[in-house]
Design a protein around this ligand. Structure first.
Ligand code: LMR
Length: 346
């Protein structure tokens, strides 16, 4: 009887201890959808590298607001801008490991997992903004978002976000003809395609994280860089660059990626509401890309610090011709299907 009592007391104590430790594990908000309840919202950590006033920064904050509204606070998006949590070198790894749940990188940075994402760097592949948007909504774009290579790394692509066309800047001299690039060194985002692009123009390049680019330009580690009006303006490159050529030679666009196990662990109703929020945020993001890039071009011009050069049709054609070797070298890697698929959308 004594033994029976002792065993019962020990069992009761064990149950009590387990209950207490369970409370502890669920304290505060949770990053896992499975544990979501009324008082413990699902937390979606969203990391990105641009500033809060950039196209991506504004859209990410708007998405966070929509998620809060649509889920009635059952899910919250914590946005970490300006590489404050993870930068170019580690945000993809952080997504794969589940340390963040959502990122919106410039797609060329996905080269680590799938080299086809460098489609975006193929010189003069897109004619205009409308062409880029047709691509975002196309089946070819979906094949990239749903690729096995992403799934194998526990990642899902949900949507394309836009930024715009890239333009060259530098602080040595005006860039009009391919020969003007000779001997200059440029900052590149990632990947072999951009390296080959600068090589074809007789220039050198260095891969430098976005968060370190201003300092690299200021200190002369590199002479120039290529980016959209809005990234140039919101990073204040006009303070450290003297010349900008309106080249529109390549695109810089984003895709939204989520950690798949996290995404699938969310209760279905919440996930549907988050999807709706993303759809609305994406519409706004596209609009912001147009408006903010136009405003940024004005800001750069009005700063009076940068000489802005337009290209004649002949100068543009000379650049297209000089960059042909990039197609010779990389069409197989990017795949003819993808390149022809994009061209076919014009
Ligand atoms: C860059 O590195 O220049 C861009 O990818 C930054 C960004 O996210 O727009």
């Amino acid at each position: 009887m004594k033994k029976f009592l002792l065993v019962s007391i020990i069992s009761l104590l064990a149950i009590f201890a387990a209950a207490c430790s369970g409370d502890k594990a669920n304290e505060g908000s949770t990053g896992s959808g499975e544990k979501a309840s009324d008082d413990k919202p699902v937390i979606i950590k969203f990391s990105h590298v641009t500033s809060i006033d950039s196209v991506k920064g504004q859209a990410a904050d708007h998405f966070a607001k929509l998620v809060e509204e649509k889920t009635g606070g059952k899910a919250k998006v914590e946005v970490y801008p300006s590489s404050q949590l993870y930068g170019d070198n580690d945000e993809l790894d952080a997504l794969v490991s589940g340390n963040v749940h959502m990122i919106a990188p410039s797609v060329t940075k996905m080269v680590k997992l799938d080299p086809r994402w460098q489609y975006v760097d193929m010189p003069f592949l897109f004619n205009d903004q409308e062409h880029a948007r047709k691509f975002f909504e196309s089946d070819v774009a979906q094949t990239l978002l749903n690729s096995d290579k992403l799934a194998a790394n526990d990642i899902m692509g949900l949507a394309f976000w836009e930024n715009g066309f890239k333009h060259f800047t530098n602080n040595k001299h005006a860039l009009k003809n391919p020969e003007d690039f000779k001997g200059l060194k440029f900052r590149a985002q990632a990947g072999k395609v951009l390296e080959a692009q600068f090589q074809a123009l007789g220039a050198g390049s260095a891969t430098i994280a976005f968060g370190e680019t201003y300092a690299a330009l200021q200190q002369g580690t590199v002479d120039g860089q290529e980016n959209t009006y809005n990234n140039i303006d919101t990073q204040k490159y006009q303070e450290v660059q003297k010349y900008m050529t309106l080249s529109e030679h390549g695109r810089l666009d984003y895709a939204i990626f989520v950690n798949k196990p996290f995404w699938e662990s969310m209760p279905e109703d919440i996930r549907t509401q988050v999807e709706e929020a993303l759809k609305e945020a994406t519409e706004l993001e596209w609009q912001l890309a147009s408006d903010e890039n136009a405003a940024s071009l004005d800001n750069i011009k009005n700063s009076g610090k940068v000489e802005v050069l337009e290209l004649t049709a002949e100068e543009r054609q000379a650049l297209i011709d000089a960059l042909q070797p990039v197609y010779d070298e990389f069409t197989e890697t990017i795949t003819p299907e993808l390149i022809d698929g994009i061209r076919g959308l014009q």
